[in-house]
Design a protein around this ligand. Structure first.
Ligand SMILES: [Cu+2]
Length: 149
């Protein structure tokens, strides 16, 4: 085996090893994110997702932003005496080794003042910021509410 092949082989082993470590490292994951399509002139849309926390400590989501919207808030729909209302959440906690679900009728991202019309098939970029300085960028597809996935 000549020297160049040895170096290449060593490099491959190293990259496999570091990928395996990265996959197991405790962290937060944003999953199944999507934005519900709204009528063309709508000034508010809603976004849904799951946040998975694979660490042994609760995670605190403190901010969500998107270049496609002038303002993004974290809301929770609450039903009181049969009347649903949306309550803004300053932050939201993801339990240690747990999942927080944003879904219709519960937690959601309230996406206000889109900078351009969004239709099914378009995508939205989000940045999720957690207490302690971790942030994650994700892309979410815009979908019709009744689409199967
Ligand atoms: Cu809302």
């Amino acid at each position: 085996m000549n020297f160049n092949i040895m170096v290449l082989f060593a490099g491959l082993c190293f990259s496999f090893a570091s990928n395996a470590i990265a996959a197991r490292e405790p962290s937060y994951q944003i999953e199944n994110q999507w934005v519900r399509e709204a009528p063309p002139m709508a000034s508010m849309l809603a976004g849904y997702l799951q946040i998975r926390n694979t660490t042994d400590r609760a995670a605190m989501l403190i901010d969500v932003s998107s270049p496609e919207f002038r303002k993004v808030e974290i809301h929770r729909t609450e039903v009181e005496n049969g009347i649903a209302r949306m309550v803004r959440q300053e932050s939201v906690q993801v339990p240690a080794n747990g999942v927080l679900v944003f879904e219709p009728g519960s937690y959601h991202l309230m996406l206000m003042m889109p900078t351009a019309p969004l239709n099914a098939g378009d995508t939205v970029s989000f940045r999720f910021e957690f207490e302690g300085g971790r942030s994650f960028d994700v892309i979410a597809p815009v979908k019709r509410a009744d689409s199967p996935n």
